[in-house]
Design a protein around this ligand. Structure first.
Ligand code: S3P
Length: 170
């Protein structure tokens, strides 16, 4: 089957949802935010899922949601930790393209510090940076890696479309 869905990955605060919405609109396909999808499906906020079910359970929910959305004509903004689930990565790549949106930790930290809706920000700056560093090699397994620094969301969308067009030729 031809790969269809476009999964945006990257650390919290990189702009997956903002960029995803613009990309979906310009491609005239559906947009889905996987965190919102899971919240609606589980009828529970992400922070409460972490609190009551735990992070491992949340990763399982992400993998399930990724399997549901792969192979569809959709842009999917994923949660920043989805790449920690090998099952989710397998599903995404099977029938979709995985795009890693990059930015450096200091830029991301300024955007996410103090955000109470993101349970992982509560661990403090150092622990969060460690998470970020540990994830880099997982993020870099994406089909396409794009730096977002000093670019508007529209510029990133153009970069994604160009890279996808190149990929689809190969
Ligand atoms: C997480 C990122 C969040 C959300 C959850 C866990 C992570 O999504 O899925 O709080 O592990 O990095 P965003 O990247 O959209 O903030």
């Amino acid at each position: 089957m031809r790969r269809r869905s476009i999964f945006l990955t990257g650390f919290m605060g990189v702009g997956k949802t903002t960029i995803g919405r613009i990309l979906a609109e310009s491609l005239n396909i559906e947009f889905i935010d996987l965190d919102e999808y899971i919240t609606a499906k589980e009828k529970k906020e992400i922070k409460d899922i972490f609190l009551e079910n735990g992070e491992a359970a949340f990763r399982g929910m992400e993998a399930e949601a990724a399997a549901e959305w792969t192979g569809r004509d959709a842009v999917v903004a994923t949660g920043g930790g989805i790449i920690e689930s090998p099952e989710a990565v397998k599903s995404m790549k099977e029938k979709g393209y995985v795009i890693y949106l990059q930015a450096s930790f200091p830029i991301l930290y300024e955007r996410i510090k103090g955000d109470k809706t993101r349970p992982l920000t509560a661990v403090g700056k150092e622990a969060l940076e460690e998470r970020f560093t540990q994830r880099i090699t997982l993020y870099e397994k994406a089909d396409i890696v794009l730096n977002t620094e000093n670019k508007t969301p529209e510029q990133v969308v153009n970069d994604i479309k160009t890279s996808l067009a190149d990929k689809r030729k190969t």
